[in-house]
Design a binder for this molecule. Structure first.
Ligand code: ATP
Ligand code: MG
Length: 244
């Protein structure tokens, strides 16, 4: 890896950037993924590069959703695979979720490389290659999902999803947990639970909450889910950005 001293004031940000670059070099991440990364960095900078309290609440609500639902899927794209493969596998194990590769610019080669990368990080089964299901209202390539994966899920975690797909998944009646540093993006606005935090912090935080709630009864999970207010979470994140 790069020689970035840990004392560097923007250590985490530089490390993240390097992981995305390496992801592009390895054919996991698309070049558009670099642009998404740049946008994310700008918002993370404005949020203080930390998990704000409203995001921590969203992460707990998202964990409760994953624990109480029947069929939960974590969607992985090229940025997610480059930034947090092991962390996604851990969250899947802790919450009993499936993992499905789901790309904006879909190619079978890239899906296979990402699936292999996830298996190298301990994933047992990775969905996304069957592509025998469709999301209504999207063009052909963008609509593809596994029928027994995202197609059948009641709750989907979609980190860094684009706005069109986020809206179309919402229209299918799925509960969407969206990780997106931009509280004004359509994806965040379409979410049942918008998590305005960096993926690299959000995923391990969700795993921690899920482990903490592993023995919680249904009533406790329901009350965490019901007391979460998406509009309030988006407003707090926006306020934080304005207050910098
Ligand atoms: P739309 O309004 O359609 O949702 P968009 O701005 O979200 O448009 P993209 O550039 O495709 O369009 O989305 C990338 C999103 O992912 C941006 O909102 C960016 O802030 C976010 N993002 C990038 N890197 C990260 C990260 N590491 N953690 C969380 N969010 C990230
Ligand atoms: Mg978006």
């Amino acid at each position: 890896g790069p020689e970035i001293p840990e004392s560097h004031p923007r250590y985490e940000s530089l490390l993240t950037r390097h992981r995305i670059e390496a992801g592009v070099d390895r054919g996991l991440t698309s070049r558009q993924g670099l642009i998404a990364q740049g946008r994310g960095e700008a918002f993370d900078y404005l949020l203080g590069e930390e998990t704000i309290p409203s995001a921590a609440e969203a992460e707990r609500a998202a964990a409760a959703h994953l624990l109480r639902a029947e069929h939960t899927v974590l969607s992985v794209n090229g940025n997610v695979a480059a930034l947090a493969p092991g962390e996604i596998v851990e969250l899947a194990e802790t919450t009993g979720s499936d993992i499905e590769v789901n790309l904006f610019n879909r190619t079978d080669g890239r899906i296979e490389r990402i699936a292999e990368h996830l298996r190298d990080h301990g994933a047992e089964a990775v969905k996304g290659l069957t592509a025998d299901g469709r999301i209504p209202g999207l063009d052909h390539e963008r609509a593809k999902v596994d029928a027994d994966g995202i197609g059948a899920a009641d709750v989907v975690l979609v980190p860094l999803e684009d706005g069109d797909r986020a809206e179309a998944l919402g229209a299918m009646g799925k509960t969407e947990l969206v990780i997106d540093l931009n509280p004004m993006s359509r994806s965040a606005r379409a979410a049942t639970v918008p998590i305005v935090d960096n993926l690299i912090r959000a995923v391990p935080n969700m795993t921690e909450h899920a482990a903490d709630l592993a023995d919680a009864d249904r009533e406790t999970l329901d009350s965490i889910v019901e007391s979460f207010d998406a509009d309030e979470a988006l407003a707090s994140a926006e306020q934080r950005i304005r207050d910098v």
